[in-house]
Design a protein around this ligand. Structure first.
Ligand code: NAP
Length: 377
């Protein structure tokens, strides 16, 4: 996300929009040559045949796989890369808007390996290309429902049933937005939902943070490293944030807290120039000039299909056991769908790696996959 005077657009050089659903076409091969897809007799359970082809479309149009990965952000793509390199021929159900939260970010400067900033969508296109090159099969469909009561686990997406011996859930979390047209229009042009990602671009600028929870207070304090002034705008006069974070913000010379303040519009043509605010007690309106606004009103973990099967914590995030496990053997969890502490692309990627290794070892222990592939990592 950028906030200098030059309006910039996302530069997308990748293949996200024309990412191939490799289930299309003749159904017998994929362009990367790493995957065997065969029509089999109804009832044949090829996914459990040790060493056999792991991805099979049956006569009923069912897809059988050793591993199905749900989600295509850094966690899902990294899990796919590791699982594919372990010869698990993973099927990735990537969602109808694949790529995760980095698709809404412009300059990424904190993902290791890039001297110059990389655009979020370009980074995701690279991860996806890498996963496909090593043999992952990626399908841009949303999972409608799942049945995790027994193995093979069953997942349904756009009318197709996917069966998997192991599932890695990497569906991420979505930042909540105010829902203003102007907020959407200026996203990436001064409107952000990630201080860690974008704060750097607001050096010596005046900015606002919206929200009254821990995230808003934490982000406001973090942003004082860069900004000359941070306005914290909250619609009520009591806060959900913890006392220590509130006290720290109150004591900070760069932070001004504005209770009872609602944001009605983000003003600016090509970049954020001001906010139109309303006092929620008096109804009085005013305009606040700012160069950027961080929306910190919470996240929604994307758990809809899974919450009936797995444990969720009070904030709605999936609960992990022993690093990447869940309460169901063979179901693994990676990335922001469980992590509301770090929420970084690189931590999600690390989690995806761990989940794939754990899934591979678990499949091996069940006798579903053949030999250890530790050298393939
Ligand atoms: P949160 O606790 O749900 O707070 C969201 C805040 O945004 C609330 O103050 C809410 O206002 C406001 N809000 C929600 N919708 C809004 C809207 N449409 N317009 C204006 N304001 C709106 O979310 P969070 O701060 O992201 O925290 C989520 C969880 O993560 C919490 O459990 C939190 O403790 C945890 N967390 C912990 C840490 C830490 O321990 N360091 C850091 C970050 C997050 P109302 O109060 O009026 O509803």
């Amino acid at each position: 996300m950028i906030s200098d005077d030059t309006p910039r657009e996302y530069h997308f050089h990748g293949t996200i929009n024309d990412m191939t659903d490799s289930s299309k076409g003749n159904g017998t091969s994929n362009p990367f040559g790493g995957l065997s897809i065969a029509i089999v007799d109804p009832g044949q359970d090829a996914a459990t045949a040790t060493g056999g082809p792991s991805t099979i479309r049956s006569a009923e149009g069912r897809v059988d796989a050793k591993v199905v990965i749900v989600g295509s952000g850094p966690a899902g793509m990294t899990a796919a890369i590791y699982a594919a390199r372990a010869n698990l021929e993973p099927v990735v159900l990537a969602g109808s808007a694949p790529g995760g939260q980095l698709m809404l970010t412009s300059d990424v400067e904190n993902y290791p390996g890039f001297v110059d900033p990389i655009q979020g969508p370009d980074l995701m296109a690279a991860m996806r290309g890498q996963a496909e090159r090593v043999g992952a099969r990626i399908i841009d469909v949303d999972v409608d429902r799942v049945d995790l009561s027994s193995r093979p686990f069953r997942l349904w997406a756009r009318g197709t049933e996917y069966r998997a011996q192991a599932v890695i859930i990497a569906t991420g979390a979505s930042a909540l937005w105010l829902g203003l047209e102007s907020e959407t229009r200026l996203r990436g042009r001064g409107v952000s939902a990630c201080a860690t990602c974008d704060g750097f671009f607001f050096r010596d600028r005046e900015i606002a943070v919206v929200g009254g929870g821990d995230t808003a207070f934490e982000e406001a304090t973090y942003l004082t490293r860069f900004a000359t002034k941070v306005h914290l705008l909250h619609r009520r006069d009591t806060f959900r944030a913890s006392r220590i974070l509130i006290d720290r913000a109150r004591a900070h010379p760069k932070i001004e807290i504005h209770p009872n303040t609602a944001v009605d519009a983000v003003l600016g043509d090509t970049k954020v120039e001001a906010l139109r605010l309303t006092d929620t007690t008096t109804g009085a309106e005013r305009t606040m000039p700012v160069d950027g606004v961080f929306i910190a009103i919470g996240y929604k973990p994307n758990t809809d299909a899974f919450r009936d099967w797995l444990e969720v914590d009070p904030a709605g995030y999936l609960v992990v056991h022993d690093e990447t496990g869940s309460r169901i053997d063979g179901v693994f969890i990676a990335g922001d769908v469980h992590d509301h502490r770090y929420r970084q692309a690189v931590t999600a990627a690390g989690d995806g790696c761990k989940a794939a290794i754990d899934a591979e070892r678990w499949l091996e222990a069940q006798g579903i996959t053949e030999a250890a592939t530790s050298t393939a990592w």
